[in-house]
Design a protein around this ligand. Structure first.
Ligand SMILES: [Fe+2]
Length: 438
């Protein structure tokens, strides 16, 4: 399917010549664009007309689409820019269209417009949650991707990234902190795991949770609570930023990690802090990023903190992180349903001692003990290679056993009361039925 034309959404109205009068521009001229195109759809992108804010001037043109018999489409310009007609008329037109299109040449203008009007779109009652979620994930992915691609060479670099993230979160806060927006999260459950989308969902879930449980925090005013939610969501967006320092082979491995890779992966929390150390990110966000893998019983990392030693925001981020990871699809595992995921997260693990032994073993001896391969002695070389194979097989079995055992129950990882609150919170959305867990 061409990227620029979402055929599934193609429900464009066939506007007759009388209705779809070409508007705006001097004599129909559009800078860099023609007034009409015959195209296979790959040059255009469908957009929701209600996402256009009549109060905000746009510098991109809107087109209508007519399918033709030869498999192509006729795109005809409806509006050069919103500056060219009175606002009242523009509102009337936007309400009358089901779908409009923009040319890919003006995609950068459209994205700039979206960034500046995200709060308008997310608050618009006429736009459904699915479309709002799509726009939010699209824009948020860009800022998270930007942060993952940055080299963090200077303090200005880091602060620019944080400013972009905070600006986007501030615009999205009313939406993501509302229980109703969990419909958007529910629609994304079961999709392939992608680091950027995962980070956004963790920030989103954390903000929704805080808004639904303000009594857990010391915020005295709505503004203070909102600040906390922005700090928590920013931490969620950046919680795995340290993974940019982990070798690509480990990050992208399509399978379970061996002991050495597992230990390497655990270093991402410390890397995150080192990257953000000089930034102006608030202390609560930094703590959340550093401690989001600490377990309630002290078996987590990087510091082995337990109970009250772990900051509240980090505990919430940990719950959201595991919930989203379990409900996402990976190359080596099917996604769990929210019910199954929370069943694992609330389950008491009967093999806790064995699991702890595995963790100790991993930390004490992360390397597979390989012996040097002897040169020139063919028999000895073959024997050593076989030995290495056996050791690697054993290590693989241990990794599988560890993962299986962990899935038997993770209650020891979380604050029980907080996890119950998390279940109660997302159960308030009609998209989740977790009553069997309560
Ligand atoms: Fe992490």
């Amino acid at each position: 399917m061409p990227y620029w034309l979402d055929i599934e959404q193609k429900k464009c109205r066939f506007l007759g010549g009388k209705k779809c009068r070409f508007l705006g521009g001097k004599g129909g001229d559009i800078v860099g664009l023609a007034a009409e195109y015959f195209d296979d759809g790959s040059s255009f992108r469908a957009i929701e007309p209600l996402s256009i804010n009549p109060e905000s001037l746009t510098d991109f043109s809107l087109f209508e689409c007519h399918p033709l018999k030869n498999g192509k489409y006729r795109f005809r310009c409806l509006l050069v820019d919103s500056n060219s007609i009175p606002k009242a008329r523009l509102m009337e037109m936007l309400n009358s269209w089901d779908l409009v299109y923009i040319h890919k040449k003006q995609n950068a203008n459209y994205r700039k417009y979206l960034k500046n009007n995200l709060d308008f779109i997310l608050k618009h009652e006429g736009i459904d949650v699915k479309n709002k979620t799509g726009t939010l994930i699209d824009l948020a992915t860009e800022v998270v991707q930007e942060s993952f691609a940055a080299n963090f060479a200077s303090r200005q670099d880091v602060n620019r990234i944080i400013e972009n993230i905070e600006k986007l979160i501030a615009q999205a806060m009313d939406f993501i902190s509302d229980i109703e927006s969990l419909t958007g999260i529910a629609n994304l459950i079961g999709h392939d795991y992608q680091t950027h989308t995962h980070s956004i969902k963790v920030g989103w879930l954390t903000a929704t949770f805080i808004n639904a449980n303000p009594d857990l925090f010391e915020a005295k005013t709505d503004a203070q609570l909102r600040d906390l939610m922005i700090q928590a969501a920013a931490a969620g967006f950046l919680h795995d930023i340290g993974k940019i320092k982990i070798p690509k082979g480990v990050i992208n491995k399509k399978g379970k990690l061996n002991n050495l890779e597992y230990v390497l992966m655990q270093s991402h929390t410390a890397y995150s802090i080192s990257l953000l150390f000089e930034s102006k990110l608030p202390r609560a966000s930094m703590q959340t990023i550093l401690y989001h893998h600490e377990n309630e019983d002290g078996s987590g990392y990087p510091c082995g903190l337990c109970g009250d030693q772990i900051p509240l925001m980090a505990k919430i981020c940990h719950i959201a992180d595991v919930f989203d990871a379990l409900t996402s699809k990976r190359p080596y595992k099917d996604p769990r349903t929210p019910f199954e995921a929370l069943q694992i997260m609330t389950g008491e693990n009967p093999f806790l001692e064995t699991l702890r032994q595995f963790e100790i073993e991993v930390r004490e001896n992360p390397k597979i003990p390989l012996t040097a391969i002897v040169r020139d002695d063919y028999e000895a070389k073959l024997r050593r290679l076989r030995e290495r194979e056996i050791l690697e097989e054993e290590a693989k079995k241990r990794v599988e056993a560890r993962t299986k055992l962990r899935d038997q129950g993770m209650a020891h990882c979380f604050d029980t009361k907080l996890l119950k609150r998390f279940i109660l919170t997302i159960n308030r959305s009609e998209n989740f039925d977790l009553s069997g867990l309560l």
